[in-house]
Write a protein that binds this ligand. Structure first.
Ligand SMILES: C[S@@+](CC[C@H](N)C(=O)[O-])C[C@H]1O[C@@H](n2cnc3c(N)ncnc32)[C@H](O)[C@@H]1O
Length: 271
């Protein structure tokens, strides 16, 4: 799948304080990618939005009425916000730590936007995404990455757990999640480790795309997001060097019975 630089701009559909919001730059990408999946599938495409939260993605991506979105999340307050968007054919309260309660070959696409990093069982879950996808179905995993070596990632995780918000919970201890309202990040991926984890779940990697360089917005940087040149500059940098991106979209496809060839990562696309 190739990216079209003129259509990745995220302004216009999401209300925000800045015109060219890099945080949402992957939404139009996803919308285009899902549209081409819909064309591939023909009518009646089904999409699973894993950890759907308030339903931002499903409500952003305009899809024809025969496309059915299904969403799942751990917390009721998230599901209530998603339900209020009126775009889901079904919403389920599921703790992903317990796996996916769907039959195999149930969906044409699985979207996992900023969720994998919260899960202690990410590798196992990716295999479940593979199981519930139909053959040739597409997986879209969007997740933060870091270029720091693992040793620093461990230190960051520890620091973060000290400064964690009071009501967030690390689901690797799986204690009292009902009394919490949000999860905290437990896995720090690099580009390579994320791509390799998706690949290990038997997905053929079809694209790896970066969208922004800085994840935490500093006030001065926020101002820059009002300018198209900044958006373009950022995009051209992470296009060439996705390793420098703060988050990446890894697109995988559930191939037929063909064994997946292991390829070395190079450039922006792993394929
Ligand atoms: C950063 S939000 C992303 C929400 C949504 N995907 C979006 O893009 O707007 C992460 C979501 O993952 C959900 N989540 C975290 N841990 C979960 C778990 N163990 N089971 C199900 N959902 C979980 C959270 O409730 C939250 O809605």
């Amino acid at each position: 799948m190739s990216r079209n630089t003129t259509t990745v701009l995220a302004f216009g559909k999401i209300k925000d304080t800045v015109r060219y919001r890099l945080k949402f730059a992957h939404f139009p990408y996803l919308e285009r990618a899902l549209e081409s999946e819909r064309v591939r599938c023909g009518q009646g495409m089904t999409i699973l939005d894993v950890g759907c939260g308030p339903g931002n993605i499903a409500s952003f991506c305009s899809m024809p009425g025969d496309v059915k979105w299904f969403g799942l999340d751990l917390w009721e307050h998230q599901l209530a916000q998603a339900a209020a968007k009126h775009v889901y054919a079904g919403l389920f309260q599921v703790n992903l730590v317990d796996g996916l309660p769907f039959k195999e070959d149930s969906f044409d696409a699985v979207v996992c936007n900023e969720v994998l990093m919260y899960l202690p069982n990410a590798a196992e879950l990716l295999q479940q995404f593979h199981r519930v996808l139909r053959t040739n179905g597409a997986l879209f995993v969007y997740n933060p990455i870091t270029w720091l070596p693992n040793i620093f990632a461990g230190a960051r995780r520890r620091l973060r757990s000290i400064h964690q918000e009071r009501r967030s919970i690390s689901l690797d201890c799986q204690t009292d999640w009902k009394n919490a309202t949000r999860a905290c990040r437990i896995t720090y991926y690099s580009l390579r480790s994320l791509v390799e984890q998706v690949r290990s779940a038997r997905f053929e990697i079809t694209d790896v795309a970066g969208f922004r360089i800085f994840r935490n917005r500093i006030r001065a940087m926020t101002r820059l997001e009002d300018y198209r040149w900044y958006y373009r500059l950022t995009e051209s940098i992470v296009n060439r060097f996705p390793r420098l991106a703060a988050d990446i979209m890894v697109v995988g496809r559930k191939a037929g019975s063909q064994p997946i060839e292991r390829r070395a990562l190079s450039g922006r696309a792993a394929a």
